[in-house]
Design a protein around this ligand. Structure first.
Ligand SMILES: Nc1ncnc2c1ncn2[C@@H]1O[C@H](COP(=O)(O)OP(=O)(O)OP(=O)(O)O)[C@@H](O)[C@H]1O
Ligand SMILES: [Mg+2]
Length: 246
């Protein structure tokens, strides 16, 4: 679904990505794991054409994004749902209006009844009861806000959902519930999911594949078991900080 070929990106003298090769298979969940500042968000921005690489290709659903202009990129971005680090809900809108927002922007042909059905089905998918519809983001817990963000990300029924650090700053129980929602969206909507994370527990929980990003390169890629038995010293060291304690 997404194929990254020999991707290079530098900012000034700072080489952030130095030859990324990564194939994300359709219908699976791929976690991009790496330390803070390793370039995870920069890599994700290339996947939706928000950044242009210095070299390399970003092939989404068979089309290389790199040479495309803004109009075509705008169309391609509709294949994506995005969940950002901060839930990024509109504080002045109710939960219902937040989730309905992408439909009102992009699916003007829909009736209010159709919008309501779509919003309800996505809230239900995220285990949110109809009673939350009239609430404002400020009245919800952090975990519930995340779920609303997920419902909004999938309301357009995208082919690909990108999550940037969906569990950062959440307590372990809330983290587990957000992981469950990622898995639920995956199972019900059959999307391709890309999860950016530095949370090892979550990565092993949700990932069909894990790509380990370090110093501008993917140094390990495979199912979780493969990462766990990696002989790469950087991967081993990173995992030890977690498996050492558990
Ligand atoms: N627009 C930019 N201009 C200059 N440098 C940038 C820009 N965007 C990112 N960088 C640098 O690129 C490096 C990678 O940043 P990135 O945000 O991708 O890290 P990350 O892996 O997402 O980290 P975190 O886990 O903390 O979110 C950092 O050193 C950052 O300062
Ligand atoms: Mg980041």
């Amino acid at each position: 679904m997404i194929q990254i070929v020999n991707l290079h990106k530098m900012f000034g003298e700072h080489k952030v990505l130095t030859g990324i090769n990564l194939t994300i298979p359709e219908g699976k969940t791929c976690v991009i794991l790496g330390g803070s500042g390793s370039g995870k968000t920069v890599l994700m921005k290339h996947m939706i054409g928000l950044l242009k690489p210095d070299e390399g290709q970003v092939i989404v659903d068979g089309e290389d994004l790199v040479p495309l202009g803004d109009a075509r990129l705008e169309q391609i971005r509709r294949k994506f749902g995005m969940v950002f680090q901060a839930a990024a809900l509109f504080d002045s809108m109710t939960v219902y209006e937040n989730v309905a927002f992408p439909l009102r922007e992009h699916r003007k042909e829909l009736s209010e009844e159709q919008i309501r059905a779509l919003v309800r089905s996505k809230l239900e998918l995220m285990s949110l009861p109809p009673s939350v519809e009239a609430k404002f983001p400020a009245d919800l817990s952090g975990g519930m806000r995340k779920r609303v963000g997920l419902a909004r990300a999938v309301v357009m029924e995208p082919k690909i959902v990108l999550y940037d650090e969906p569990t950062t700053g959440l307590d372990p129980i809330t983290t587990d519930s957000v992981d469950e929602m990622i898995l639920a969206a995956q199972a019900r909507l059959k999307v391709t999911s890309v999860v950016i994370s530095h949370d090892i527990a979550s990565a092993f929980n949700v990932g069909d594949y894990i790509a380990f990003l370090s110093k501008g390169l993917i140094i390990e890629f495979g199912p979780p078991e493969q990462l766990r038995s990696s002989e790469h010293p950087i991967v081993k060291n990173f995992l030890q900080t977690w498996f050492g304690k558990n």
